[in-house]
Write a protein that binds this ligand. Sequence first.
Ligand SMILES: Nc1ncnc2c1ncn2[C@@H]1O[C@H](COP(=O)(O)OP(=O)(O)O)[C@@H](O)[C@H]1O
Ligand SMILES: [Mg+2]
Length: 302
Amino acid sequence: MTDEEEIERIRKTLGQTKGKDIKERFHACVMDASYRFKGKVMPEMIKQMMEDEEDREYLLGNVNHVLEDFFYNGSTLANSGFMKRVKEYSEEEYKKLYPRFIEFLFRNKIFDGNDNLLETITLDGAMTSRMGKLVEEISQMQGCDSSDIEWAGAGKYSIAYKVGSKVIKLARERLAEDIPDHPCVLKPMYDKKVMANEEKGQEEYLEVEDYLEPLEKTNFKENERIVLDLFTKLRKSGYCWIDARADNVGKTKDGVHLILDRDAIYKEQYFREHKDEIGKKITLGNYERFEQLRLDELGAQK
Ligand SMILES: Nc1ncnc2c1ncn2[C@@H]1O[C@H](COP(=O)(O)OP(=O)(O)O)[C@@H](O)[C@H]1O
Ligand SMILES: [Mg+2]
């Protein structure tokens, strides 16, 4: 389907389902759940709804329902352009909803090794206000607006957003104590342990750093090469990078590959002494595989 056809289809569906609940209307728009949160469908739908008075009133009057039951998570909210549209429509309305958006964006869902939801960290009022200010400050510094915030990605412990050319990341846990000072590892501009929710005693690590372009998902062989190169460089410096994966690597504007997930990089000796313990928290499979590849390569060079 071309973009024009898609836009037309959304227009038609929205017209036919007017007055109904957003979930119902949306169901008619796109039946495929994996598709609806990708590409242009959501942004186009939100755009059209915000242009229509009745629909706009519905969205703004049912923000909780729209966020919780329709968007489900921060990635959908960020990708939908809803914040941008609200801001365009009314500065005042945006200002009013901003804390709600921030709280929703930075709700950090923590999953275990089998992708079971372990815990949800919901920012308390103080932290929401702090994050709201941080997003605004970084946006201004970058010459953009807080409503331009984009989804960067999430891991088992983290949630990350792109603001201009920076990333704001909240991470629940850190496996290795300190961040290795190594040229292959992206350095954060800001890195602090914060109280995300005082009442629940939930702490998180707040990090700000450069945005790195993700590696192309399709280029498996090339990505293996990139990961192995970084892995080998770290090994030569006496570090063991346990979570060696393409998802944890990105490319700078200058085309340099760096590790963006600084967690689980241990000093060699520490890793050897605590291997069993570490293995309970994170799979050692990636480490073992790349260590083997590294040794094979060393052997071949001899
Ligand atoms: N600096 C960054 N630039 C671009 N994307 C990032 C950056 N940091 C994190 N991300 C995205 O967020 C995801 C999770 O961040 P990561 O640091 O790997 O956390 P975790 O320890 O939970 O795996 C990454 O896989 C990536 O998609
Ligand atoms: Mg990661």
